[in-house]
Design a protein around this ligand. Structure first.
Ligand SMILES: [Zn+2]
Length: 178
């Protein structure tokens, strides 16, 4: 995940958004935030590929990738299609990334007839990665985990995140866990 292009002000804004969305859901700053709850208050519809009977191979083609877990469609209301066959931690991370695009009001990726794929703006992708990670594990959550003396594994379990995500947030925030 490259964050070099992200300003300090943007990173601060992401932490504020993560706190604000928890507040709107009557959660504490270090509470876990399930992506489904956030999707609900943002008015985004989550549908699994199974629910809508869509062919995953066709979506792989459209995305130009096979390792996606969720993708956002600019419908009204916005719709996120996800694959139910990935781990919950991976899915939560990918759903947060898509919800971050909505929160940051990024324009939707457009289908490019020249390549047959959906074009993406790499700066927006980095921003959504960063905000998504803050939504899943905010700085206040890392501070809370450190104060309680939680391990990386325990913190990952609390936030329904992967251990790699916790380690990454530890590097980004400079907050070390056991
Ligand atoms: Zn994206």
């Amino acid at each position: 995940m490259s964050t070099n292009s992200l300003s300090f002000a943007f990173r601060q804004r992401c932490e504020s958004i993560a706190t604000e969305q928890r507040y709107l859901l009557k959660k504490l700053a270090f509470d876990p935030l399930p992506a489904i709850d956030l999707a609900n208050i943002l008015g985004a519809h989550l549908q699994s590929t199974e629910q809508i009977g869509i062919d995953v191979d066709a979506l792989n083609e459209l995305m130009g990738a096979q390792n996606w877990s969720a993708m956002l469609f600019g419908a009204n209301p916005p719709m996120i299609i996800y694959r139910p066959d990935h781990s919950l931690a991976r899915l939560e991370s990918d759903l947060m990334h898509e919800l971050a695009h909505i929160l940051l009001k990024h324009p939707y990726g457009r289908y490019d007839p020249a390549t047959g794929k959906i074009s993406k703006n790499s700066q927006h992708e980095h921003e959504a990665d960063y905000l998504g990670s803050c939504l899943q594990i905010p700085r206040r959550g890392m501070q809370w985990a450190a104060q309680l003396g939680l391990t990386i594994d325990q913190t990952a379990l609390h936030f329904c995140a992967s251990t790699q995500m916790v380690e990454w947030r530890s590097r980004m925030t400079g907050i070390r866990l056991l």
